[in-house]
Write a protein that binds this ligand. Structure first.
Ligand SMILES: [Zn+2]
Length: 106
C-alpha cells in the first residue's frame, strides 16, 4: 500500500501537471484521499459571494486547491531537486532521509 512520507511544513516540488517545477510548503496532507495542499501551487480562481468572504468583499479569490500526492516529491535542499524519501532507524528513533544524498530530513 502506498503510504506517504510527506508531512505538513515539508518543502515539495511538483513533478507533473501544469504546475510542474513549482516549489512550495505543504500546508495540509490528507492521507485518506491521498491529497496534498501546497502553498502557492495549484491556484485557481474562486468566485466568492459577499456572505462567504472573510473580508466581506466578495469577488474572485486566488486560492490553492488540493492536488494528488503522487504529483509532488520531497524537495531536498542539498540535491536541489525532488527526491524519494527513505527511512533511517537509529536506536528508537526513526528519521526520514533523502534516498539520493542521505541527508536527514527531520
Ligand atoms: Zn538529497
Amino acid at each position: 500500500m502506498f503510504k506517504t512520507k510527506i508531512k505538513k511544513e515539508d518543502q515539495v516540488v511538483v513533478i507533473s501537471g501544469s504546475d510542474k517545477g513549482k516549489r512550495g510548503k505543504v500546508l495540509f496532507v490528507d492521507n485518506e484521499k491521498n491529497r496534498v495542499l501546497v502553498e502557492g501551487v495549484n491556484k485557481k480562481k474562486k468566485h466568492i459571494k459577499k456572505a462567504q468572504s472573510p473580508n466581506g468583499q466578495g469577488g474572485i479569490l486566488d486560492m490553492e486547491f488540493p492536488m494528488k500526492l503522487s504529483k509532488v516529491m520531497f524537495f531536498c535542499e542539498k540535491c536541489k531537486k525532488g527526491v524519494r524519501v527513505g527511512k533511517e532507524i537509529s536506536g528508537d528513533n526513526k528519521y526520514r532521509i533523502c534516498r539520493k544524498c542521505g541527508k536527514r530530513l527531520d
